[in-house]
Ligand binder design. Structure first.
Ligand SMILES: [Zn+2]
Length: 267
């Protein structure tokens, strides 16, 4: 592999299409096709950071049409070892409120048909995914959110649906009844592809609104579309602050499960 261009990666989600100023724009080709956009590389406190809006800068790729493999592989090619994966998300529980951040520790995959592995053989590879997110990055994000007085949930399960349609009320109520907290359309396969490349990955779910199954719940006030947009924009502003404060804390050496994910994964 060529000399690392960046060590930390950030995937921008909905409403988050640019991150750093004074950036170098790099067009990356991968064996899996083109990533969603060119990657911009800049610095945060002397650390080289690669940014890629996962939907493309004009939001031209809906969740089910994103080339996740190319996006992850592009980060790998640039030398990235750790990725922050923020995403807009809905809440499945009344105590997880719009404007809250959830640093998920588990996910449930309800997507279908997405290319979710780099290893189609002949070398059979089964990575462990019992803990889908990097424990080290999770800790940094939680601590930083608390320092910034962001209302943060230290754990949570995200159910990732295929989209692009939203859930029915029955589906949403079913997810809530399982005790799962967050719903989203992009969290899978991003997390597993990162693990397959031995890249640390952390999810930061930015809660925009309550999912449809909670509609009419006595603890929840109906909100206007304008309020949803306001929360969405405020979340992205809080996220910027969080990333600028979290990235300098990331240390060079990796001792987490992610760094050696392929050891013992092949037969
Ligand atoms: Zn890790």
């Amino acid at each position: 592999m060529a000399k690392a261009v960046a060590e930390i990666g950030v995937f921008g989600g909905s409403g988050f299409y640019s991150f750093l100023e004074k950036v170098e724009e790099i067009s990356v080709e991968t064996p899996f096709g083109k990533p969603s956009d060119s990657v911009t590389v800049g610095e945060v406190a002397g650390r080289k950071v690669a940014f890629l809006p996962r939907h493309g800068r004009n939001h031209q790729y809906p969740p089910h049409a994103i080339n996740y493999r190319a996006n992850l592989y592009a980060m790998k090619e640039l030398g990235v070892q750790r990725i922050f994966g923020p995403c807009a998300a809905g809440s499945l529980q009344t105590q997880v409120k719009p404007g809250d951040f959830v640093v998920c520790d588990q996910l449930v995959d309800r997507t279908t048909g997405r290319k979710d592995t780099f290893y189609d053989g002949p070398e059979t590879t089964h990575i462990s995914f019992a803990e889908p997110y990097c424990p080290y990055l999770r800790k940094i994000v939680i601590e930083t959110a608390q320092e910034l007085a962001i209302s943060v949930h230290e754990r949570g399960t995200v159910v990732v649906i295929q989209g692009p349609r939203f859930s029915t009320k029955a589906e949403s109520k079913w997810f809530s009844s399982r005790g799962w907290e967050v719903i989203n359309m992009t969290g899978y396969p991003e997390a597993t592809l990162a693990r397959e490349l031995e890249i640390c990955y952390v999810n930061i779910s930015l809660i925009t609104d309550y999912d449809v199954g909670l509609e009419g719940h006595p603890e929840i006030k109906p909100v206007t579309h304008e309020e949803v947009i306001r929360v969405f924009n405020e979340n992205n502003e809080k996220l910027r602050k969080l990333l600028f404060q979290a990235i300098p804390k990331v240390s060079g050496e990796r001792t987490c499960i992610c760094a050696t994910a392929l050891e013992g994964a092949r037969f």
